[in-house]
Design a protein around this ligand. Structure first.
Ligand SMILES: Nc1nc2c(ncn2[C@@H]2O[C@H](COP(=O)(O)OP(=O)(O)OP(=O)(O)O)[C@@H](O)[C@H]2O)c(=O)[nH]1
Length: 390
């Protein structure tokens, strides 16, 4: 799938920068990416997105210093400067892309406010689907972040064709601050979505046993709403690709042994089914009740001689038995790697506790703000002293 990424705000920009870095190492280039921000220093810190693809907005309002967690201002600046953002996107070329993906932290100001606005305009202008990847704040970041995220997400689900969620709080370790975990979390995001968004692109390793093309991804996501992704990776399965770092390389699975595991027939299928189960039952990008998913997509990527049609078919049936809907698509694609990766997209989820919690916090926050405004008394309420002028 050829993707045009837009990183909105600090988190979005950093993550798109990593996608571009990953793409530079891939056998075929599938990604294009730009970053949009109200903070100059955030844009300057990027390493892989070209300078001309970093757009600073809101200069006259916030002078390059960011919107300070005010997502209403983030939305307003984006709406006011939408033409210059769209012009930049246009000038980078959109004729050969399959989808837009806008990425942002939903708890802040710029990305949280700007993403729903940008998605609305992209959908209005282009025929390609527009997806969002929204990062949820951890509770420890405070009520303002939760409030922002709930408002942004409630708007975003109506503007994007589908919204993938990554929940920071589900991924940071006990005792670790969210800030300390960013690098690791971003790595997790880029690895999962990299396997998904690269599906259907043919590299020199050839085509898979059961090819998944971008239309299958698009059809899986057609229902809208929010989606979550599961992922699992095998131990090393081949010697041949072992020396090369490869696309899935660098992943810190336990080193087992150096012996080549030659899998045949049932073994190959069993390995794939096992991986898919681990992907779906393990930690999802958004922890949720997977039985409420309307659609799913099962993707297997790895060395071509490990791809197995029967394994994919059986995995799809297993996923279908476990989700609410009946539409389960899937396939595989070969990668120059010594490991097999499985990605399960659980699309249009009906229930996720963390989102319910965020919506509840937002409701309470709104009520508290109204109450505190009503109760507010100041030392200067007394009008017995005349002001200098009215
Ligand atoms: N996973 C992840 N989350 C991040 C990262 N940076 C920030 N966040 C989260 O994103 C939210 C804040 O969004 P930012 O992207 O920093 O904010 P912004 O869009 O630049 O908006 P302002 O700074 O308010 O102008 C918070 O919930 C952070 O925890 C990152 O590198 N990775």
């Amino acid at each position: 799938m050829r993707v045009f990424f837009i990183g909105f705000g600090q988190a979005g920009g950093k993550i798109v920068d990593m996608f571009i870095e990953q793409d530079k190492k891939a056998p075929v280039r599938s990604f294009r990416g730009i970053a949009v921000n109200t903070a100059r220093t955030d844009l300057m810190g990027l390493r892989n997105i070209e300078l001309k693809d970093r757009i600073l907005i809101g200069q006259t309002v916030v002078k390059g210093h960011g919107v300070g967690t005010d997502n209403v201002t983030g939305a307003k600046i984006t709406a006011d400067e939408i033409d210059s953002i769209i012009n930049t996107i246009d000038s980078r070329g959109t004729h050969d892309i399959d989808a837009f993906v806008v990425i942002a932290g939903l708890g802040g100001g710029t990305g949280s406010g700007g993403t729903p606005v940008l998605c609305r305009h992209l959908k209005r202008i282009y025929r390609e689907p527009v997806y969002a990847v929204g990062i949820l704040p951890a509770p420890e970041e405070g009520r303002l972040y939760s409030y922002n995220a709930a408002r942004s997400l409630s708007t975003l689900v109506n503007e994007a064709d589908n919204t993938f969620i990554f929940d920071n709080s589900a991924w940071k370790n006990e005792g670790e601050s969210v800030r300390m975990a960013y690098e690791r979390l971003n790595d997790e995001i880029v690895r999962r979505f990299g396997v998904l968004f690269r599906a259907g692109e043919v590299g020199k390793t050839g085509v898979g046993e059961m090819v998944v093309d971008s239309s299958e991804i698009i059809n899986t996501l057609r229902g809208g709403g929010v989606s979550s992704i599961g992922y699992a990776i095998s131990e090393k399965v081949t010697k041949s690709a072992k020396q090369k770092k490869g696309f899935l390389g660098g992943f810190s699975v336990k080193k087992k042994d150096n012996a080549e595991e030659v899998l045949t027939g049932e073994d190959k299928s069993a390995k794939i089914i096992g991986l898919v189960r681990r992907a779906m039952l393990g930690r999802l990008t958004l922890p949720c009740d997977y039985t409420t998913a309307e659609r799913a997509l099962v993707l297997i990527a790895g060395p071509s001689d490990e791809m197995d049609r029967k394994g994919v078919e059986k995995s799809k049936s297993w996923v279908e038995e476990n989700i609410a809907g009946v539409e389960v698509r899937g396939g595989d694609y070969p990668l120059e790697s010594s490991k097999i990766a499985a990605v399960v997209v659980l699309a249009s989820i009906g229930d996720a506790p963390r989102i319910r919690e965020l919506l509840e916090i937002a409701k309470e926050t709104k009520e508290d703000v109204i109450r505190s405004k009503e109760r507010r008394v100041t030392m200067f309420d007394d009008d017995s002293v005349d002001p200098l002028f009215e």
